[in-house]
Design a protein around this ligand. Structure first.
Ligand code: Z5A
Length: 215
């Protein structure tokens, strides 16, 4: 069976990192070799770009610079980690990918979606995720979780944004999910952790059963 490219998306604090272990466990118990990775990041160079993107500094970051850095990190991540794994028929799970760019730099920051689409084609050619798990919860719920988790830690550049920014991120994600219902599965992430895990498990097991039929 060929490898599949799965992305996990959702706003700040919605619970993606918490649920990655469940996803990994479902894949492993189905006998599938997989790698877990993240964006921005996933390779040493891309992790350095992540630092540039997340660390607040006195120099304002133009939205265009932010957009290009996201795709610069994605390019090295794709060529050095994601594509080689898929070529070896390994499944790849990425904590965020290009839907995050459409939601954050597009819907929230206001960069034209047509510009994002041009960069997507340039960097990814025809590669798109096979399955996207969108964890969705009201913004106040997710930000409160992030706030509790971040106590005593340094705030990153995105965490400095207002609630309206994260409302636009959420709307941007839901809009993309509505446009691509075959690729997206929207998971209600406002539930307790165990219930979100159970929904993810059921969704993923059904997807894997289908993948085993199609090869
Ligand atoms: N970004 C972008 O702008 N454009 C792009 O193209 C890409 C990214 C790829 C990366 O930050 C930032 O880059 C991100 C978007 C931007 N910024 N924002 N916002 P990151 O990777 O550091 O942060 P993140 O992706 O937003 O993830 P996060 O803040 O770490 O949240 P999370 O992984 O979704 O949540 P969590 O850490 O699993 O859970 C948060 C807390 O809630 C934690 O204490 C859990 O124990 C708790 N939790 C989790 N689930 C539950 C439930 N169900 N109930 C109760 N409590 C829960």
């Amino acid at each position: 069976m060929k490898g599949r490219f799965i992305t996990v998306e959702g706003g700040e604090g919605v619970g993606k990192t918490t649920q990655l272990a469940v996803i990994q466990q479902v894949l492993a118990s189905s006998g599938l070799e997989c790698i877990m990775t993240r964006e921005p990041g996933g390779t040493p160079r891309a992790e350095r770009i992540r630092e540039l993107l997340l660390t607040p500094t006195n120099e304002p970051m133009p939205a265009t610079c932010e957009l290009l850095l996201m795709f610069a990190a994605r390019s090295t991540h794709l060529e050095n980690i994601i594509k080689p794994a898929l070529d070896r028929s390994v499944w790849v799970v990425s904590d965020r990918f290009t839907d995050a760019t459409y939601a954050y730099q597009g819907a929230a920051r206001g960069m034209p979606l047509t510009d994002i689409s041009v960069l997507e084609d340039l960097v990814q050619r025809s590669l798109r995720p096979d399955l996207t798990l969108l964890l969705d919860a009201p913004v106040e719920v997710a930000l409160e979780r992030a706030r509790l988790r971040n106590q005593g830690q340094q705030t990153d550049r995105f965490e400095l944004e207002r609630i309206s920014f994260f409302e636009r991120v959420r709307a941007g994600y839901l809009d993309r999910a509505a446009r691509e219902p075959l690729r997206f599965r929207v998971i209600d992430a406002s539930q307790p952790i165990a219930e979100v895990s159970a929904s993810l498990r059921t969704t993923l097991e059904a997807y894997i059963a289908g993948a085993k039929v199609h090869g």
